[in-house]
Design a protein around this ligand. Sequence first.
Ligand code: BGC
Length: 767
Amino acid sequence: MITRSLTTIISAAAFSMIVACSPSENKSTEGNDQTAFIDSLMNEMSLDEKIGQLNLPTSGAFTTGEAANSNIAGSIKEGKVGGLFNIQSAERIREVQKIAVEQSPHGIPLIFGMDVIHGYKTIFPIPLGLSCTWDMDLIEQSARVAAKEVSADGIAWTFSPMTDISVDPRWGRASEGSGEDSYLGAQIAKAMVKGYQGTDLADPNTIMACVKHFALYGAAEAGRDYNTTDMSRLRMYNDYFPPYKAAVDAGVGSVMTSFNEIDGVPASANKWLMHDILREAWGFDGFVVTDYTAINEMMAHGMGDLQQVSALALKAGVDMDMVGEGFLTTLKKSLEEGKVTEADIDKACRRMLEAKYQLGLFDDPYKYCDVERGKQEIFSEKNRKTARETAAQSFVLLKNEGNILPIKKSGTIALVGPLADNKENMNGTWSVAGQVDKAISLRKGLENAIGDQANIIHARGANFVSDPELEKRFSVFGKNTHRDNRSEEAMIKEAVQAAQKADVVIAAVGEASEMSGESSSRSDIELPKSQRNLLKALLKTGKPVVTVLFTGRPLALKWEDENMPSILNVWFAGSEAGDAIADVVFGDVNPSGKLTMTWPQNVGQVPIYYSHKNTGRPLPDGQWFQKFKSNYLDVSNEPLYPFGYGLSYTNFDYGNLVLSADSISMDGTLKVSVEVANTGDRKGKEVVQLYTRDLVGSITRPVKELKGFQKIELAPGESKIVTFSLTADDLAFYHQDMSFYAEPGDFKVFVGPSSAEGLEADFSLTK
Ligand code: BGC
């Protein structure tokens, strides 16, 4: 956990501000440590005020500038609000903080939060895209940039990182996570917490992170958002918990509960989850906030009325109630009726005050409202450059037959498709503070790159989908899809005419930004027909067609993979999307992203993931189908694109896999080295991946598990020896009794460019 020096001294100015509006005269803070300070404050707080600290409303009227008159302002004055979220701008936040500090009973500052998920104003790629960089420094830096921007604008707390593992691309929120793998997810969780929180939470340009959604939210049945989850403890511990735990180990200050149930009990009332696991087993000592109205939703789950579910939540370990006001309106009654104790309320209140103390809000409640720093920091050239470089690293080249990509900055380029000229859909989902009108569209990016060296002809070509009702459902939050009311035939005809005049065609197709994200589950994850028809017509022109694919999730692209010569997947790359795509399309940057979620051939294969179990009837390698084996009649078991996959404009060869020994002991270290050579004619980056397989276990083990990766850069003709270390700790797993250790025995190790290719060797672990 974050530890601020226990001898931190509350500044005299802040102290006088607190006592000036406090009815009490005897609160001495100078020289006190956190515990003494909070003890003394809590001694004076009424029960109502303590409960008020547990209340987190959304900003409501504040965002429209009615701060002084809104109901929330009244509640703040009465000490009924602990924090506020999704209010923007240093000036407004200062105004609201002033109400808390100067007019509430004890002048306790509010904690201001926001969903800063992949950037504040400078938007980075959606988290799923970011994970495809496999670059922990870049990922940490993206969180650092976000923290620097938002902390100047009044915010001290972000609801990120989202570390929910998902193996189901139907789930729209797969876009917000880091994919299917717990090992990679854990590394990313750590990097993001470090990026947001830095080394000192009290530093004015760091913010508190909140790992979410605890737990298992990504395992919603059938990929339908908010749906039930149900899984074995073994799977939870081995596959779903590691990223949350990594965030806790990295010192994350807060944890958000999930909407779903776990073992039959909704997360927000799940004492086993929040107490036994989070606090006891993992040692978390920050605070727990619910997700949006998650306490109230437990009524619909069938857990009782508002009073009952609120008491259950507090008893289970929730400290802060987001939006629902269950705590605010029922805890006093529950206390009178003996359903909760004063100690339960005190515990939660103390945790909220500790967080504010650690952020330094008692020292200076306005420390995050720095208009001058904001002017330097927010959406700066420097941050935008970082976002552009990061975006280019997140793109995954899925196919490049005949090396169509990169294309030349000359001649005539036909640019078609619903995402060709749409800046509003570049930022991607969960970019609440991003300014859609400032994002760089693909068209603008290409124009910036070519100057007057080439000519672009633009045609819309197709709408996102044919059905206008469906389109309305995802044309939200200012992410205008600019539906074109011409007939589909007319749009295609215009695009074909543009293609015929061009040397090369760029088809910008895929999802609109809000076709993934919260409450955006899809049962059909193929490219919509309107867009596929456009691709078919473009192919018929015989011109080379480059597909630039936008998506927030893996899609089922079997037809496109079979027919389109080149596919560059660019996710939703953020405010600099267009420039970053141009960098890769024209070859100024060589693509190096690798998938972090398996792409299925069709939706019927879902859930699909590389680290599956072997089953008792595995299909022999290289076979398509065998009767009475674990397979389908109508599709092979193979994914379309495996986990870890991604091409480059150059080629990498793997050779000389060498192990330092045939076996290692429980305290030994195995060195695994491989030689990787760039055999192409361009400089490029490669993510070298190491997987193991534990051949015999006391429980069944996955066919492959990622245990290490390194991203290297090689000049043409250059080669490098890449060395990994493996110890028994890396081979450990949770057993039926939830103990965690490695079992002696035989293992395979694989090193290669993806989960599906590479060199292999054997070793054993001895007692
Ligand atoms: C989402 C959370 C988010 C919260 C606050 C909820 O609907 O599930 O991820 O942090 O809203 O905006």
